[in-house]
Design a protein around this ligand. Structure first.
Ligand SMILES: NC(=O)C1=CN([C@@H]2O[C@H](COP(=O)(O)OP(=O)(O)OC[C@H]3O[C@@H](n4cnc5c(N)ncnc54)[C@H](OP(=O)(O)O)[C@@H]3O)[C@@H](O)[C@H]2O)[C@@H](O)CC1
Ligand SMILES: Nc1ncnc2c1ncn2[C@@H]1O[C@H](COP(=O)(O)OP(=O)(O)O)[C@@H](O)[C@H]1O
Ligand SMILES: [K+]
Length: 592
């Protein structure tokens, strides 16, 4: 709904998160005008952003309060939000018929009061609705409320007056901020439900725009889950730092466009990171910095330079999963790709003919070789293991034999492998301690080799002996724990895929910003596995290969040039093709 701000120059987009000129003013600048002089909103997914937990944001807030009065920060948040909202109102294709500002009991409600008064000062007819639930609110909130005196403001009370939205109305949501973790209760739940029902009634033509202050009310800013009623926003204006939950799970559906104004707190955040007092910090990478990770292909290189990938999996009835991985690896630029299919195990040796069958050949991609397991161990540098493998005793033995083979070659042996473990390879690892022990031995034996695991939440729950619910409640921690326990880079898939490293810097962790529900189709994960393997083959480190593959996999749902729409549904083969098209196009742009 909001016209995208013209892209900043590439140089600006690439600039690191720290900007010394944005340091919080010191005490002698503890005045309102200096903080309010100009809003500094940035849109998500252009620059690299730090993404903090609620506790980390609280830490930064408290540090900020030592430099500047908390009321001034509230004023800054409110005034800057009002500037952004005015910008939005001016770009609407109709005159805004009604502005409804909802102010909750906490400081988020204080922000809303500042916004309400500022919008009224700009000449908008504003209805200010208070939801204090009998609480007085903090001193800052009380001050902000007391300042709501502009004659354009109409004060309304829930329960006494009926809230009736007009078509095209604007709603500013200051009900619950970062403290609103549980299911909304009482009148707050009632007003959210009423607004949601009226929005549905008004339909697309009467679209009601919702702007969330700091976060959509009803969304848990840590987990990204909405346990009850949630007020989905078209635009979320978040303060100080982006919060993890805005980029994950329900957060992906209810935030709309996300814009951040750090209120000059960047330097404080970086100080704390440098001191190690903030703990692990998650990042969301911007487009340009993702592009800078892509491999550079040189003329003097050849197929041997781009990696030999072997895909090991595909039991009877599940051959397609392994084939998808192999095709994806090929499309994503691996130099050579081969398959070993469990379905053919014992039948593909020249000595043994399987009556009536021939060894598998992918007729669409005859470039993909087909080799027995041991041959592939010698052939490939990158082993992508698990798609379609199954968890039968034969699959267990196969994985066992594979680990033994790799362990035998050892640090002085003929071949060292980089690994991508997915799907049933992970289920087997979770189920059989013997296999986990061998895996960890392998990792210890060749720590310089890259290793990536790509579980979805259920596989992650099995690996961590946990539940899907517990995993989804803290996806960054779960990814970190997977990386630690399995001594590798862990990719925890889903809405807001998390990529975590186990090695130094120990805190390296990212949330991916691309993709969407169109990726939720059988074989989509197999395609991702092939992409990770291909990028490892092209020389990326495990973390970069994983993060980049996840990003490109997500881009596959976006429109390509000449297309005018993102994809709502897809299938795995199309995901692989489209991912490769995006990849190619980015390589052609030649950023490196
Ligand atoms: N500090 C700063 O520097 C800045 C802070 N800023 C702003 O402050 C916000 C944080 O403010 P906050 O801590 O007051 O919490 P907030 O989210 O407004 O709500 C707390 C109230 O809600 C209530 N409540 C909670 N859950 C509920 C539920 N499920 N259903 C119903 N009610 C529920 C809860 O009730 P209680 O649990 O106490 O009974 C309490 O009364 C932050 O997001 C940002 O917008 C900006 O001004 C920038 C500078
Ligand atoms: N709603 C969604 N939003 C974003 N990504 C999704 C969504 N649903 C699925 N995906 C992505 O699609 C892929 C599915 O992988 P997986 O569950 O392993 O599928 P399969 O086993 O069928 O290959 C993962 O990369 C996951 O992150
Ligand atoms: K809010």
């Amino acid at each position: 709904m909001h016209p995208a701000k013209p892209a900043d120059s590439l140089q600006q987009q690439a600039s690191p998160v720290t900007n010394p000129s944005q340091a919080l003013p010191q005490r002698n600048l503890n005045t309102l005008p200096s903080l309010l002089e100009a809003a500094a909103w940035q849109p998500a997914h252009q620059q690299d952003w730090l993404v903090l937990s609620v506790e980390q944001v609280r830490q930064v807030e408290h540090a900020a309060f030592r430099e500047v009065a908390s009321y001034i920060l509230m004023q800054a948040a409110g005034q800057r939000s009002a500037q952004k909202i005015m910008d939005l109102v001016q770009h609407l294709d109709h005159r805004c018929p009604q502005v409804v500002v909802l102010a909750g009991p906490g400081n988020n409600g204080g922000d809303a009061c500042v916004v309400a008064n500022a919008l009224a000062e700009q000449g908008l007819p504003v209805e200010l609705w208070q939801f204090k639930g009998g609480r007085e609110g903090s001193a800052d909130r009380q001050k902000a409320e007391a300042g709501c005196k502009h004659p354009n403001l109409r004060h309304s009370q829930w329960g006494k007056t009926t809230l009736q939205l007009k078509p095209g109305a604007l709603v500013v949501d200051g009900l619950l901020g970062i403290a609103g973790r549980d299911r909304p209760k009482g009148p707050i739940a009632e007003v959210i439900a009423a607004i949601n029902a009226q929005r549905e009634g008004l339909g697309r033509t009467g679209h009601v725009h919702v702007v969330a202050l700091d976060c959509p009310s009803g969304l848990d800013c840590d987990t990204g889950l909405a346990p009850g009623e949630v007020l989905a926003a078209d635009l979320t204006l978040t303060y100080i730092a982006a919060k993890t939950g805005l980029f994950m799970s329900d957060g992906k559906d209810v935030c709309g466009e996300i814009w951040l104004d750090t209120l000059h707190c960047d330097a404080l955040i970086h100080q704390r990171i440098a001191q190690g007092t903030l703990g692990a910090v998650v990042r969301v990478r911007g487009r340009l910095s993702q592009m800078q990770r892509l491999p550079r292909r040189q003329h003097a290189q050849h197929k041997g330079s781009f990696g030999s990938v072997a895909v090991l999996g595909g039991q009877h009835g599940m051959v397609g999963a392994a084939v998808l991985t192999a095709r994806s690896a090929l499309l994503m630029g691996a130099g050579r790709v081969a398959l070993s299919l469990l379905a053919e195990h014992g039948h593909s040796s020249p000595d043994v003919q399987w009556p009536g069958t021939r060894p598998f050949l992918d007729l669409n991609f005859p470039e993909i070789m087909n080799k027995p397991l041991q041959d592939n161990c010698n052939f490939a540098e990158i082993l992508a293991v698990g798609p379609g493998l199954g968890t039968s005793p034969e699959a267990q033995d196969w994985l066992d034999a594979l680990f033994d083979e790799a362990l035998e070659h050892g640090p002085l042996g003929v071949k060292k492998h980089h690994w991508v473990l997915d799907a049933d390879a992970l289920n087997l690892l979770a189920e059989h301690n013997r296999l986990k022990t061998k895996w960890l031995k392998l990792r210890k034996q060749s720590p310089e080799c890259h290793a990536v695991i790509t579980p979805h939440p259920l596989e992650a729950a099995r690996l961590l002996n946990s539940t899907v619910d517990a995993i989804q409640r803290n996806r960054p921690d779960a990814a970190r724990e997977l990386a630690r326990q399995f001594d590798c880079v862990a990719v925890l898939k889903g809405a807001g895929t998390v990529i975590a490293a186990n090695h130094s810097p120990a805190t390296r962790i990212e949330i991916n910003g691309t993709g969407g529900p169109a990726l939720g189709t059988a074989g989509s994960g197999d395609v991702l596995t092939g992409a990770v393997a291909a990028l490892l083959g092209q020389g990326l480190t495990s973390f970069d290969a994983a993060a980049c593959a996840v990003w490109l996999h997500g881009l596959s749902v976006n429109a390509l040039p000449g297309e005018n729409q993102a994809h709502r549904v897809s299938h795995a083969s199309a995901i692989a093709q489209r991912m490769a098209q995006h990849y190619n196009q980015l390589l052609q742009q030649g950023t490196r």
